[in-house]
Design a binder for this molecule. Structure first.
Ligand SMILES: [Mn+2]
Length: 426
């Protein structure tokens, strides 16, 4: 459903006076030059939308579709295009193969270009068996005891790279559910070695300007061991593979209370942080909206990201892969994704507000209270007017969720696609 520029203009006109007042108030607090610098950076910061999160998500207990889910890759691209038109912050889509294999690559690329979208990391899938698949991944894929299963999984990953190449993608994310459910089931060292050798074959098929992201996860669907279970094992694989391999941090893939900001800081220091999957969680891999449960943690993570990237002279917008990986059972998926992008950008803006030179001085003096105050002051400053200003300047909506509702977009999608439309995804 294309959004017309006049619809955004009318919406913005309505909200502009209020926005202007809030923005001026904030300028008095943080100063014009700080505000300008943050608004400019927000303007270039894009977060990729996963193709598998555009439909209603579910749990293993059930699924409650809200209707109007995208029925094809074309409709998924249209949905991301709609998000991007609303917020100008979602200018990329991350595809899952085999769910999203384009039938006509040129047509798909033209459609994406029309919406101003790039193709972010492509994702392989060896965590489930596909119809017609010769061998099963029940006992793992790249780690499997049977070389023929490993071969099939390697070939699939190489196939994913080829699909990505055709679309202009520059990275592949490999997430393995490989592991074991019971003590005694698996030889940990053999599983590691087999996985490493399989990854080496996939790595060898990478184009020169590509990256491989090795994603880790503490548990689920395997409940005793995961072969890429934590940042340490991911770092081991990435180090052994070579300079194009990186660790990917998915916020929901840690044991409870893990200090993710410290993990991020050390991976960045080693030049081995490749990208992010944003979501939030209360208990496990809950895949909730970014920033909905632990916004302070999200800010602390961004604080390390900004400081660590600046220390290495990295480009915030392009040198790491920024992606959402979430799923939605009770919310409109498009509203949920708009909320996630907003929360991620807000945490980024708050981190940009931190005076890292002053913070470092306080740390050197062991002034614990003042260091804490400095961080919390940034976190507690309401920077939402900066996000709105960046959207206004980019021609996006002052209030993306508000406009989505004003225009009754979900109802229109249901009228076009039907109430029982089903999207491939999680
Ligand atoms: Mn993930």
């Amino acid at each position: 459903m294309p959004l017309e520029p006049y619809q955004i203009a009318a919406h913005n006109q309505q909200g502009e006076a209020t926005h202007r007042r809030r923005y001026e108030f904030l300028l008095e607090e943080i100063g014009e030059s700080a505000a300008e610098a943050i608004v400019t950076k927000l303007g270039t910061f894009q977060i990729a939308i996963p193709s598998w999160a555009l439909g209603t998500g579910g749990t293993r207990f059930g699924r409650f579709p809200g209707g109007g889910d995208p029925r094809s890759l074309e409709e998924k691209i249209e949905d991301v295009g709609l998000l991007h038109a609303l917020n100008r912050g979602s200018g990329a889509i991350s595809l899952h193969i085999p769910w999203d294999i384009p039938k006509d690559v040129d047509a798909i690329m033209r459609l994406a270009a029309r919406h101003g979208l790039a193709f972010d990391a492509v994702n392989s899938n060896t965590f489930q068996d596909q119809t017609g698949q010769a061998l099963s991944y029940k006992f793992g894929s790249l780690q499997h005891t049977n070389a023929a299963v490993r071969r099939q999984a390697i070939e699939h990953n190489i196939d994913v790279i080829r699909h990505g190449e055709a679309l202009g993608s520059k990275s592949i994310t490999v997430w393995l559910s490989d592991g074991s459910c019971f003590p005694g089931q698996l030889n940990f060292r053999k599983a590691f070695q087999r996985t490493l050798e399989s990854l080496q074959e996939i790595y060898a098929a990478l184009p020169p300007d590509w990256k491989m992201f090795v994603e880790y996860k503490a548990y689920e669907p395997n409940f005793y061991s995961t072969t890429v279970g934590d940042w340490g094992s991911s770092y081991l694989y990435a180090s052994k593979l070579g300079s194009k391999a990186y660790t990917l941090v998915d916020l929901g893939h840690h044991l409870p209370n893990a200090n993710i900001e410290q993990i991020v800081s050390l991976l960045l220091m080693e030049g081995k942080l490749g990208g992010f999957h944003f979501n939030d969680s209360k208990y496990g891999d809950d895949d909730l909206t970014a920033g909905s449960i632990k916004p302070y943690q999200l800010f602390l993570i961004f604080n390390e990201l900004v400081e660590g990237m600046d220390a290495r002279g990295m480009n915030h917008a392009t040198d790491l892969g920024w992606m959402i990986d979430a799923s939605h059972n009770v919310k409109d998926p498009l509203e949920d994704l708009l909320q996630s992008v907003e929360a991620i950008k807000l945490a980024y803006a708050q981190a940009l507000l931190v005076d890292h030179v002053a913070l470092e001085n306080l740390r050197e003096q062991n002034d614990v209270s003042a260091a804490q105050e400095l961080l919390q002051n940034a976190f507690r400053t309401d920077l939402r007017p900066l996000l709105a200003e960046a959207r206004l300047r980019a021609g996006a909506a002052l209030n993306p969720v508000g406009l989505f509702r004003e225009l009754n977009i979900r109802q229109k999608l249901i009228e076009t696609r039907g109430l029982k439309a089903v999207a491939t995804g999680l």
